[in-house]
Each structure stands twice: as structure tokens, then as C-alpha cells.
Design a protein around this ligand. Structure first.
Ligand code: HEM
Length: 521
């Protein structure tokens, strides 16, 4: 750039040159000042001083949930960092996050235009794309109602209250068999490898009307790669903020692109098969119902929003993707916490034995009879905070929070981990203690305490799969605790260190399980 300017300077006199340089500098300073102008009565965001080009990347480091929590102690609930050259506002604290996402929800509901997001679902993702508010709202409504109606449909077996319960119970029982066989054949198993297929089958059942064998190579190679997706899609991925990094060799980004391509091709193939066999009078699953919606063309008449067929049917891609990785991560962590807390594992088993019995599969209607299990799940969400940040948000207009000015189009990180570990909200936050959620006599879950746990986001962007996810985690866990006793391999201590990503996972490891003996039953 400088070399291109030199010949021009050569044709000027020294005083003309100085005048030109001074003018450029003054214009730059004026624009900078104008750009950063803070409206009267509001304050400039606090935060660490950024370095040129890289900003605060070094301070943020490889565990942003910890470094940004530490920064919130110094700078407060609303502060600004710079990743590369891009300013990012970080929100912490229960009250502040509720104020932003609920009371000022409209202003904080956008998504930033991040480089990595443009590859997810070919840039047409419901969760990650920068769709205009009207389009996003219409798609979200469609996704939510498709999900709800296909979860609550009557199942094929009257034993179950709905098709979701039927899918989970059948997959849960099958999972027990798979783990039992793995124990007999190999003597140990990698819990995530089996859990992820069972969970994927529940969402596949609803979205595509099919399930896959635990040894289906196509599904296995796809769902077992979710770590690579999660690492790049996480808040604070430098390639999203420092454009130069996109052109340098980047192994994680290459794998991310590959996972996205394979994922899109997998879903696309199923969608094409659905188009070929679509019958208006026999809507088989969520994919059919979305195709049906395109055929009818009665899209959100009130808002008068028009969307392409691709954007409508593409919703199934988001539901499938969001539906298996999150829930299988939660369940895989659950098994780790059971092994790390053997007494708790035994108490949970006793609770199921005493209140459900051992002759039938636990059902959703058993929830109120199993307060310790419910408390365990809440503590699992809180302690692991395996979704440490929500998906990044973005401001839709100039706004302010706690008296600080935040311009339009600012990228916003919501630190869920900080809220779940805030000593002002939780007694001894670093200890794993499900009892913190139980009433004094241990018979009920304290709902108010439970609502303080932040893992599904809040407000307009709150997870649309929350109810389904909570049902899945509860039922799968009840079934596996009723049937199996988990423990670690002798001489192999558990490694509970999370690996940072959009969903944080524990390191892949091998565990053992013994079937609960008949005499016990
Ligand atoms: C334990 C399991 C789950 C957790 C912890 C979880 C958490 C989250 C979080 C934190 C967000 C982002 C909220 C924000 O940006 O503020 C989200 C968004 C989303 N989730 Fe979930 N989720 C789970 C399961 C599911 C399931 C089972 C589905 C669907 C079947 C689902 C579908 C979605 C979708 C479509 C969005 C995007 C919403 C939007 O951008 O408007 N999630 N989830």
C-alpha cells in the first residue's frame, strides 16, 4: 500500500506533502472521534487495552470462559474486549444478562456476521445466520411448531404418552444392550461414541422418520466429528476476527469446512429422498411438514415474510445439528459425574428403585417422583456449564446497558459460565453438589434455584429445543442409572478437564459398566 502511494508523493512539494499528510491525519482523528462519539449521559465501555492487530487475543487465551470471568471481576458486568480489530462486548451477571436478553431483548437478538458462521448450513442456518429479524422470526416460529407437533404426536405404542417418549425409551433400552455387548466383547467402552448415536436417533426419528444402527459408518463418521464443529463455532475463534488467519494454514478451520460439507450433503440426500416420495396426505416427519409448508406457501401471512424453499426446508439441518450434539454432550458428562461421585450414583439408583421400581422403564410422568435425579441434572448443567457462552449475539441498533453506550452491530458474548459460577449467586460454586437444588427434607426441587442456572440462553434467542432436551436428558439418565453401574478403569483416573468449544466436552475416554444384578432387582 505504502509503495503505491510513493510515486504520488514524489510529484508534490514538501509543504504540499506535509499538508496532505496532516489533512489525512486530521480527517482520520475526526472520523475516529466521530465514530466513537458517546451520547451525552452515557459512559464509554471499560475493558483491557488492546494491542494493534491482535487486540486482546493473548489475554483471552484458550479458555475464554475463565479469562472473561476473571476480567468481569475487574471491569464489571459490561465490558469491551477487542478480538483482532473487532470490538466485542462481554456480558456477565444474572441481572445484567436478563436486562439485555429479556428487557432489551429486541436490541440484543441479532447474530454477528462471523466468517465461520457463513459455512454453517451453507450460510442459511436459523441459529447462526444474519437473517433479518422478520425472516429469522418466521423461521424460528416454523421450527418451533414443527418440533413441538412432532414431539407430542401419539406414538405407535400406547405404553408411551407421546412419540418423543417412545423414541427416547426405545433408544435408551437399546443403548443399555449396546453398552452391555461392548463390555462383553471389549471389556470397556467410550461413552460418547454410543450415547451420540442413541441421541442422534431420537432427533433423526422426528426429523427424518428413520433410525441408524450403532455401527452405521456414515452416521458414526458424522456425529463423532462434532468436536471439530464445536471448536471453530465457539465464541472467540480468532479466524472470525483476524481476517489474515483465514489465509494461513489452519487445521481446525479445514476440518470445520469438511464437517460442514459432509453434514450438508448428509441432510441434503435425505431431503431429496423426501421430495421424491412426498405425499401431501401422509406427512411422515418434520422434513415432510417443512416441504408441505413450501407447497402451501402460506408463510407467516401476518408478517408477510417470503422465504425460499431452501430456507424453509434447511431448518431441518439446524434441528438435527443442534439436537444431537448438545444432548449427547450433556449425557456423556452425566456419566463422568456419576463415575466421579460413586455415592451419588448409588443414591440415584436407590431413588429409582424405590419410586419407579425395576420392572418397568422410567417415564416422563415419573419426574416428580425423582427429585434427586432432577437436582443432579440441574447441578450437571450448572457445574459443567458445557455451553459456556450462548451463540454470539449482535446489537440491532445503538443501545445502552448499565449506563454504557453500545453501538449498532456490536458483537456480544454472553458468559453463561460466569453466571453459573458466580459466588454471589451460589454457595461454594466450584463444588459439585446436587443437594443445593433440593428442599431441606430432600423431597422437592427448589424451582427458584433451578431457574438461576443458565445453559439454554434467555429471551428471544432462547433455545427452541429446551423442553425436548430436558426430557431427553432426564429419561436417558433414568434408564441408564436403573440398569447400569458405571466405574472407571483400574489405575486410570478420570480426566474431567473440559476442552473449550461451543459445547465443551471432556476428553474421550474408556469406562466400564456392570449390569445391575438380577438379585439387586
Ligand atoms: C442440553 C441440550 C441443549 C442445550 C444446553 C442448548 C442450548 C442452546 C443455547 C445456549 C442456544 C443459543 C441461545 C442464544 O444464542 O442466546 C441454543 C439455540 C438453539 N437451540 Fe439449543 N440447546 C440444547 C438442545 C437443543 C435441541 C435438542 C434442539 C432441537 C431439537 C435445539 C435447537 C436449537 C436451535 C434451533 C437454536 C437456535 C435458536 C435461534 O437462534 O433462534 N437445542 N441452544
Amino acid at each position: 500500500m505504502a509503495l503505491m502511494i510513493l510515486p504520488l508523493i514524489g510529484s508534490l512539494s514538501i509543504s504540499e506533502g506535509l499538508l496532505a499528510i496532516t489533512t489525512v491525519c486530521l480527517v482520520y482523528l475526526f472520523l475516529k472521534r466521530f465514530h466513537n462519539k458517546i451520547p451525552e449521559g452515557l459512559r464509554r465501555l471499560p475493558g483491557p487495552k488492546p494491542l494493534p492487530i491482535i487486540g486482546n487475543v493473548l489475554e483471552v487465551g484458550s479458555k475464554p470462559y475463565l479469562s472473561l470471568t476473571a476480567m468481569s471481576k475487574r471491569y464489571g458486568d459490561v465490558f469491551q474486549i477487542q478480538i483482532g480489530t473487532r470490538p466485542v462486548v462481554v456480558l456477565s451477571g444474572n441481572e445484567t444478562v436478563r436486562q439485555a436478553l429479556i428487557k432489551q431483548g429486541e436490541e440484543f437478538a441479532g447474530r454477528p456476521d462471523l466468517y465461520s458462521f457463513s459455512f454453517i448450513n451453507d450460510g442459511k442456518s436459523l441459529a447462526f445466520s444474519t437473517d433479518k429479524a422478520g425472516i429469522w422470526r418466521a423461521r424460528r416460529k416454523l421450527a418451533y411448531s414443527a418440533l413441538r407437533s412432532f414431539a407430542t404426536l401419539e406414538g405407535t405404542d400406547p405404553e408411551y404418552s407421546c412419540v418423543l417418549e417412545e423414541h427416547i425409551c426405545k433408544e435408551g433400552k437399546n443403548l443399555i444392550q449396546q453398552l452391555n455387548t461392548a463390555m462383553k466383547v471389549e471389556g470397556s467402552f467410550d461413552p460418547f461414541r454410543y450415547i451420540v448415536v442413541s441421541v442422534a436417533n431420537v432427533i433423526c426419528g422426528m426429523c427424518f422418520g428413520r433410525r441408524y444402527d450403532h455401527h452405521d459408518q456414515e452416521l458414526l463418521s458424522l456425529v463423532n466429528l462434532s468436536d471439530e464443529f464445536s471448536q471453530v463455532a465457539a465464541s472467540g475463534n480468532p479466524a472470525d476476527f483476524i481476517p489474515l488467519l483465514r489465509f494461513l494454514p489452519n487445521k481446525a478451520m479445514k476440518k470445520f469446512l469438511d464437517v460442514n460439507d459432509r453434514f450438508n450433503a448428509f441432510v441434503q440426500k435425505i431431503v431429496s429422498e423426501h421430495y421424491a416420495t412426498y405425499d401431501k396426505d401422509n406427512i411422515r416427519d418434520i422434513t415432510d411438514s417443512l416441504i408441505d409448508h413450501c407447497e402451501d406457501r402460506k408463510l407467516d401471512e401476518n408478517a408477510n415474510v417470503q422465504m425460499s424453499d431452501e430456507k424453509i426446508v434447511g431448518i431441518v439441518n439446524d434441528l438435527f445439528g443442534a439436537g444431537f450434539d448438545t444432548v449427547s454432550t450433556a449425557l456423556s458428562w452425566s456419566v463422568m459425574y456419576l463415575v466421579a461421585n460413586p455415592e451419588m450414583q448409588e443414591r440415584l439408583y436407590q431413588e429409582i428403585k424405590d419410586n419407579v421400581g425395576l420392572d418397568r422403564t422410567p417415564l416422563l410422568s415419573d419426574k416428580t417422583k425423582l427429585p434427586l435425579l432432577e437436582a443432579f441434572i440441574l447441578e450437571l448443567f450448572r457445574h459443567s456449564s458445557f455451553l459456556p457462552f450462548t451463540i454470539p449475539h449482535c446489537t440491532s441498533k445503538d443501545t445502552s446497558l448499565n449506563g454504557y453506550f453500545i453501538p449498532k452491530d456490536t458483537c456480544v458474548f454472553i458468559n453463561q459460565w460466569q453466571i453459573n459460577h458466580d459466588p454471589d449467586l451460589w454457595k461454594d460454586p466450584s463444588s459439585f453438589n446436587p443437594e443445593r437444588f433440593l428442599s431441606a427434607d430432600g423431597t422437592e426441587v427448589n424451582k427458584m434455584e433451578g431457574e438461576k442456572v443458565l445453559i439454554f440462553g434467555l429471551g428471544r434467542r432462547r433455545c427452541i429445543g429446551e423442553v425436548i432436551a430436558r426430557h431427553e436428558v432426564f429419561l436417558f439418565l433414568a434408564i441408564i442409572i436403573q440398569n447400569l453401574h458405571f466405574h472407571n478403569l483400574p489405575g486410570k483416573p478420570l480426566d474431567m478437564t473440559p476442552e473449550y468449544g461451543l459445547t465443551m466436552k471432556h476428553k474421550r475416554c474408556h469406562l466400564r459398566a456392570t449390569m445391575r444384578a438380577r438379585s439387586e432387582q
